[in-house]
Design a protein around this ligand. Structure first.
Ligand code: FAD
Length: 284
C-alpha cells in the first residue's frame, strides 16, 4: 500500500500545468486523488511525477450560461451537490453528485477527475451522455470541444490526448431527468446506473433519452428503448415494452465476482423501467 516514488508539482495556473505535462517525464495530473492515489498505492499506476491541479482557481466554479451550466473541471462533487444554480438548472446533476461515495470522496473528488478517469462504474459519465454534455479540453497549442458521445472510448480510456487537460464541462439545462443506481455496498459506485429524461407533448413522449452505465466498458445510449417510447403515451404497458428493449444496448456486459453480465443486464432492465416511470411522472 505504498506508492512508488514520484515527484510532486503544484502549478499556479493552467498554462503552468500544461508546460509541466510537456516538460516532466512521466507526469500525470492529480485532481482529487480519489481514483489515482488508490491505484498508485496498489501499484496499478506508477507515474514518475504528479502535477496537482486541484487548487487552480480558474479550473473551479459553476456558472449559469446560455442554455445550461459551465462547470470547472476541478469543481468537487460536494460543491455541485450543494449548488443552488445546479439545483435550479439541472437538478438531476446535483442529486447525482450528492450520492457519490461518502462525504470524504465528495469533498475531494472532482467532476473533471471522474470524467477523465472514465471508470465504468462512475456516475457522471452516464449522466453526461444522457444530457449531451460537452467537454472543453485544453492542450499545449489549442482548445477543443469533445461531445460526451465521443469522449468515452473504452474501459478507463477517453478521447483525451497526452498533454491535454479537461478544463470545463458544459451541461445543458434539463428539468425532467432522473439517475438511479444500484450501488455497490462497499463503495457506492454504480454496479449499474440508469439515467433517463422525457419531454412530453400533448400527453405523449416527445423526446426520450436513456443512458446505461456500469453494465458495459463505456456508458451507452439505449436507442431501442428511446424509439419504443417516442410518440407514445407513458402507459404501464408502453413503459414495460420500452424497458424490455434495454438488453439490445448491452452488447458485452461486464462481469465480476459481485455481478455477472446476465445480472447486470437484468438490473439495467428493471432500473430502466423504474427510471422511466419516475421521469414520466416528472415530465407530466
Ligand atoms: P483523480 O483521482 O485525481 O484522477 C483520476 C484520473 O483522471 C487520473 O488519471 C488523472 O491524471 C486524471 N485527471 C484528473 N483530472 C484531470 C483533468 N482535469 N484533465 C485530464 N485528466 C485528469 N465515483 C462515483 O462516480 N460514484 C461513487 O459512488 C464513487 N464512490 C467512491 C468511493 C470511494 C471510497 C472512492 C475512493 C472513490 C469513489 N468514487 C466514486 C470515485 C470518485 O468520484 C473520484 O472522485 C473520481 O473517480 C476521480 O476524481 P478525482 O478528482 O479524485 O481524480
Amino acid at each position: 500500500m505504498i506508492p512508488a516514488p514520484f515527484e510532486y508539482y503544484r502549478p499556479k495556473n493552467t498554462a503552468e500545468a500544461l508546460k509541466l505535462l510537456q516538460k516532466v517525464k512521466g507526469a500525470r495530473l492529480l485532481a482529487g486523488g480519489h481514483s489515482l492515489l488508490p491505484a498508485m498505492k496498489l501499484r496499478l499506476s506508477s507515474p514518475g511525477a504528479l502535477v496537482d491541479i486541484a487548487r487552480i482557481k480558474e479550473l473551479s466554479g459553476i456558472k449559469s450560461v446560455k442554455g445550461g451550466l459551465q462547470i470547472g473541471a476541478m469543481t468537487t462533487h460536494a460543491a455541485i451537490g450543494a449548488s443552488d444554480v445546479v439545483r435550479k438548472i439541472c437538478p438531476v446533476l446535483a442529486e447525482t453528485a450528492g450520492n457519490i461515495g461518502d462525504l470524504q470522496v465528495r469533498n475531494r473528488g472532482t467532476i473533471g477527475g471522474s470524467i477523465a478517469h472514465a471508470d465504468p462504474a462512475a456516475d457522471y459519465p452516464t449522466l453526461m451522455l444522457l444530457l449531451g454534455a460537452r467537454f472543453t479540453v485544453t492542450g499545449p497549442k489549442k482548445k477543443r470541444e469533445i461531445k460526451a458521445d465521443d469522449f468515452f472510448v473504452d474501459l478507463f480510456t477517453t478521447a483525451l490526448k497526452r498533454g491535454e487537460i479537461l478544463t470545463s464541462i458544459y451541461v445543458p439545462a434539463e428539468s425532467a431527468a432522473v439517475y438511479l443506481k444500484h450501488r455497490h455496498p462497499a463503495s457506492s459506485f454504480a454496479v449499474v446506473g440508469v439515467a433517463a429524461a422525457i419531454a412530453m407533448k400533448n400527453g405523449k413522449c416527445d423526446r426520450v433519452a436513456v443512458a446505461i452505465g456500469g453494465a458495459t466498458a463505456v456508458p451507452v445510449r439505449a436507442g431501442a428503448v428511446e424509439q419504443a417510447l417516442s410518440g407514445k403515451e407513458p402507459t404501464s404497458a408502453n413503459l414495460d415494452r420500452a424497458a424490455a428493449a434495454v438488453a439490445q444496448a448491452i452488447k458485452s456486459p461486464l462481469s465480476d465476482s459481485y455481478a455477472s453480465g446476465e445480472f447486470r443486464t437484468h438490473l439495467a432492465t428493471v432500473m430502466a423501467r423504474r427510471a422511466l416511470t419516475q421521469v414520466a411522472a416528472k415530465a407530466r
